[in-house]
Design a protein around this ligand. Structure first.
Ligand SMILES: Cc1cc2nc3c(=O)[nH]c(=O)nc-3n(C[C@H](O)[C@H](O)[C@H](O)COP(=O)(O)OP(=O)(O)OC[C@H]3O[C@@H](n4cnc5c(N)ncnc54)[C@H](O)[C@@H]3O)c2cc1C
Length: 381
């Protein structure tokens, strides 16, 4: 696992290469793709503008079952079997039928990379600037591959569609600070005092807290409320991390390129949970690429099947987007508080959170899900 800092200045030598698979982006989605290609014998090149694990891209909380299924528990920091939800009128406790965990980003990336590792797999730091057909342009030179993955996040750099331009584009935004400290609960605030449409959070992760604010409306600023929430919790606003978050499914294939994770809008609307889904669609994409490399399908078949698999989730994404819009309109009134209170019912919480987990279930790690098999059979017919 490369531990050196990202190449800079004179060390940033030319990088011109032909390879079998080019994975652009080495965070959750890109590393999940690479993991599925381990030992396939193909020349796989993974690139990112930063060194592996160098820049944390989230608060790093996800269902524990996903961490366990991917054998990533060595990066585990803290587990939670309930969510504590604050509204201006009430604090509620939602008992989860499964647990969430926070983890260390750098360690998780290193573990995924180790799982992907094979003699033909390489990593390079390079900033992707664009694409012309099978040629990807970077600040270090041109890279060519018949199989290309865009796992570059919300900007969707390898798309030839018109560029996504916040704050006008359909994106949410999130910002958090990472002060040292400890906490017992995964806490959420649904409180217009911090953000008009969205939510705020405090996620403990061992000896640090990840405290932030997410807005469903891209034009609403999140820095001031993030600083204020930290201050309200008696924490220093240090260690900033923030980004735009797509909240709408986009095309998962375009020309000859596969898109996975935020680049395909795979982050879930309403909750902005995008790690599990980046891993899920990354695995699905990696499996399709592998089937091409092993001679079991053509690139066109793989593109079609992966696109169909992503599309088969559209209804669930629409449902969550509808809920996000509704939540954005419910001012912090008693209706919202009543909804928060209703989820204190263990039965209701269990029902909702089980369905929610099933959108991208941890069982997918072990092999194709029944849904994927159905979609693939229909797409190949
Ligand atoms: C503040 C905040 C907190 C969040 N917390 C959570 C959470 O706790 N749980 C959760 O499930 N989701 C969370 N999310 C959402 C989650 O971070 C994303 O959905 C997830 O990171 C998507 O993974 P990805 O691999 O698709 O993209 P990313 O994690 O964004 O990775 C993209 C990669 O591409 C690289 N890259 C980008 N552009 C270029 C370029 N031009 N050239 C080369 N490399 C490039 C980046 O360096 C990065 O490594 C949070 C989001 C934000 C903003």
């Amino acid at each position: 696992m490369p531990l050196r800092a990202t190449k800079r200045g004179a060390d940033r030598t030319r990088l011109e290469r032909d390879c079998d698979v080019l994975v652009c982006g080495a965070s959750f989605a890109g590393l999940a793709v690479a993991r599925e290609l381990a030992g396939c014998g193909a020349r796989v090149l993974v690139i990112d503008r930063y060194e592996l694990g160098e820049r944390q891209t989230s608060a790093c909380a996800m269902p524990t079952a996903w961490l366990a299924a991917l054998d990533l528990m060595d990066s585990w920091r803290q587990g939670f079997d309930r969510l504590v939800v604050h509204t201006p009128f009430r604090t509620a406790s939602w008992q989860l039928p499964w647990s969430f965990s926070t983890f260390d980003y750098r360690e998780l990336c290193a573990l995924l990379w180790a799982q992907a590792s094979s003699p033909e797999l390489e990593f390079e730091t390079a900033t992707v600037t664009g694409r012309a057909g099978p040629t990807v342009q970077t600040d270090r030179g041109e890279l060519r591959a018949p199989l290309i993955v865009d796992a570059l996040g919300w900007r969707r750099v390898l798309s030839n569609d018109s560029p996504i331009q916040p704050p006008k584009a359909r994106l949410s935004r999130g910002l958090e600070v990472h002060p040292p400290g400890q906490g017992e609960d995964l806490e959420l605030w649904i409180d217009a005092g911090y953000v008009r449409a969205g939510y705020s959070w405090s996620f403990p992760a061992g000896d640090e807290l990840r405290v932030g604010v997410g807005s469903f409306w891209p034009s609403h600023h999140v820095k001031e409320p993030t600083v204020r929430l930290a201050r309200d919790l008696d924490l220093p606003a240090v260690g900033y991390q923030g980004n735009w978050i797509p909240h709408q499914l986009r095309r998962a294939v375009e020309d000859e390129v596969f898109f996975a994770g935020d680049s395909a809008g795979h982050c879930l609307p309403l909750t902005a949970e995008g790690i599990r889904t980046a891993l899920y669609f990354g695995l699905a994409c990696g499996r399709e690429l592998r089937s091409v490399l092993e001679g079991n399908s053509s690139r066109e078949q793989a593109l079609q099947r992966y696109g169909a698999f992503s599309d088969s989730h559209a209804r669930k994404y629409r449902l969550l987007l509808g809920a996000q819009r509704l939540a954005g309109q419910l001012t912090p009134t008693r209706t919202l508080t009543a909804a928060v209170r209703a989820l204190e019912s263990r039965r209701l919480a269990a029902w909702i959170f089980r369905h929610y987990l099933a959108i991208a279930p941890p069982s997918f790690v072990a092999g194709r899900s029944a849904l994927q098999r159905r979609v693939l059979a229909a797409a190949s017919a």
